[in-house]
Design a protein around this ligand. Structure first.
Ligand code: MN
Length: 161
């Protein structure tokens, strides 16, 4: 559990733009379609804004894979970081951003699957107006899970628009 908590990502809430989105949000409009428990708020040293993480699968000697969910409120995002063994993101609701260092910001939304290669500097988080629900899968955890770096500046974040 502790390992999973130190992992990664984020989350999002809010959702006030699209009608079709609102129809799918259910009763809790602030947290989109929350499949899993919200978990604990991520450290301000690792995230900008409010992001909540819950570990779902702890790595062990048989399954060297960690799985969890992060919910980013609108505007929230991770710091820059790398995963020594890479990471897979499965977006289950909302709209967010993913950026590999040196490349344009990529918009990610419900139903998208994103592969983050090993040792590639990147960040992910919610869009400014709509949060993000994302599952993360970290394989081969014996190589390490995450190495954190500096926050994503507002300038970089706003460049997505
Ligand atoms: Mn990541």
């Amino acid at each position: 559990m502790k390992l999973a908590l130190t992992l990664l990502l984020l989350i999002g809430q809010g959702c006030n733009t699209k009608t079709e989105k609102q129809e799918n949000m259910g009763s809790d409009k602030s947290e989109l379609n929350a499949i899993f428990p919200k978990g604990e708020k991520g450290s301000e040293e690792l995230f900008t804004g409010n992001a909540f993480n819950i570990g779902l699968v702890d790595a062990d000697s048989v399954h060297t894979t960690a799985v969890g969910n992060v919910y980013f409120e609108p505007g929230a995002r991770s710091n820059w970081h790398i995963h020594p063994a890479g990471q897979i993101l499965i977006i289950t609701d909302g709209v967010g951003y993913h950026q590999i260092d040196g490349q344009p910001i990529e918009v990610i939304k419900k139903g998208d699957v994103v592969k983050c290669p090993p040792n590639v500097r990147h960040w992910h988080g919610a869009s400014p107006d709509v949060g993000l629900q994302q599952l993360y899968i970290v394989p081969n955890t014996e190589k390490g899970i995450v190495e954190w770096m500096e926050p994503v500046t507002d300038e970089v974040y706003k460049s997505a628009r």
